[in-house]
Design a protein around this ligand. Sequence first.
Ligand code: 7RM
Length: 648
Amino acid sequence: MVGQKKQKDPVLRPQKNFSRHAYTSSLRQYRKLYRRSIKKPEEFWGEQAKLVSWSKPFSKVFSTPKKPFCKWFSGGKLNASFNCLDRHIPSRGEKTAIIWQGEKEDEVASISYRELLDRVCRLSSALHRYGVKKGDRVCIYLPMIPEIAISMLACARIGAAHTVVFAGFSSHALAKRIQDSGAKVLITADGFFRRGKLINLKAMADEALSQCPAINNVAVVRRAKNKIALKGGRDRWWHKEMAGNFPGYSKPVAMASEAPLFLLYTSGTTGTPKGVEHTTGGYLVYSTLTAKMIFDLKETDIFFCTADIGWITGHSYIVYGLLCNGATAVMYEGAPDAPDPGRLWRIVEKFKVSIFYTAPTVIRSLAKEGEQWPRRHELSSLRLLGTVGEPINPESWRWYFNNIGRGKCPIVDTWWQTETGGILISPLPGAVPLKPGSATVPFFGIEPEVLREDGTRAKIGEEGYLAIKKPWPGIARTIWKNPKRYIETYFSKFKGKYLTGDGAKMDEDGYYWITGRIDDVIKVSGHRIGTAEVESALVSYHGVAEAAVVPVPHPIKGEAIYAFVMLKKGTIGNDNLKVELAEHVKKEIGAIAKPEAIQFAEGLPKTRSGKIMRRVLKAIASGSADVGDVSTMADAGVVQALLEGRNK
Ligand code: 7RM
């Protein structure tokens, strides 16, 4: 929980220099349009939906035949790939859709809308040959190379739902996602580079595929040129598939508005990640409108979002929301500090980036290296900055504002989630005055509420549960194969209202201050990880009896993972075992889930009914001697032992 202290910050108006926002140039105008969007949502969204092309117009804007499940733009048909590609060809065929920067400085590609369409059509034909049909799932396990966007759009074109698995996830995590989604085709690569180091992606895919007999076709992009094995009859080189007997144009399939566009697995409060399902019409309208308005997109903008496409931010603001607006997206393959902390600023200068969108953890890690890095670069092309993924502390906000925006660019602090499809709380640059550390005000059609345990509304300044009163077009429609979990997770605590899992407070100006997750989800460097997932990975290691994982504040990562581990009799807890356990978690989930610290424990604080008291563990892990009320604890003696263990 960072960034909540300085609420008394003066309201900033860095917008003087900001050219007129195309839609709402004043707070008054924002408020007026906001009120209308809430009072007459069907009218508002019916109008906004014209932002995308429909092959068959919708007959009903919004309906909830079975609450809390909702439908948007029913009766309508459209194709997301058509909207992101074909429709731009007459006016923007030669415009650059994607600028790709490889990890090596001289590896650059510029792909026009026309070229992108051609490559998407070629892959669509290959997917047809693999027997992929409308309604099927295709798994994409690729690094940040143009082929990841091409794969997504090819799936969308033929009506198959994609499920992208972040290339940093382990083979075990990949296998689980393939199995749960029921994908029958995998698109992957031979390997890729991370900080100059070769990652053998195909080997990991192979390991996963040994557990996934349903995958009968694999397309492999040649990226790193490392030596790999192609399994006969199953694996084929992407470039060969793209070159051979090409029939020409591949027709986009008209999809029902509520047809699934993609699944994206995300962490929740159990050990099993959930397949968040987004559908075509609502998601596309929402991601496109938020991109256009919040980033104030103009025809000449060069937009650089540093997120990986394996996360929702990349889905919505590198691929769908950006390309549907006909904008130019910069895609960077490598790490922000490779080979040095000036890398991102070099990219901004090189491609004259005008809008830059990143996570607070990236800002903190680069700020730590000093101002000399951005100072070396010409950053005057920038006109707007954004952040996402975690609360931003006012110090980092100011560093970003002064050293990157050079005091001239508004910062949009955008709050949203995998489940929301697009941004829900954010300033509209140039219209809404900024307060460092606050995500500010709700987007059109969004009604946030800060609620108390009993469901009543919290007072101004009082922290509570952040909930959203009514659905919006971008909301996830269900959890794949688990509608019950959808209802329980999001709509049960406050009946019918969407529970975000975040804490928040609202100030006297109606601005929202997000205080972080209040469930068992941790944000490590902006990446979402479930404590239960890490715990089940730890427990799956021989010798481990029980594990409890909690977040601890971390100066760069925001939050880090702290694990308490109880060993079975006969297992000795030493530093060697700590290394082995961390490696095991990496193998089970991925490097992002590795615990920062492991503490061996003789016992864990539990209630008399056997529930682990995480509140107590959090206090201990953070080095606090004050663990709060322990009157409900079964054996208060364990706390002393844990405190002593911590100090060791
Ligand atoms: C986009 C994304 C969602 C969680 C969410 C919050 C945290 C995201 C902000 C933020 C404070 C922000 N999707 N979060 N944006 N907290 N200010 N601007 O990150 O599904 O991976 O995570 O991220 O806790 O619930 S996500």
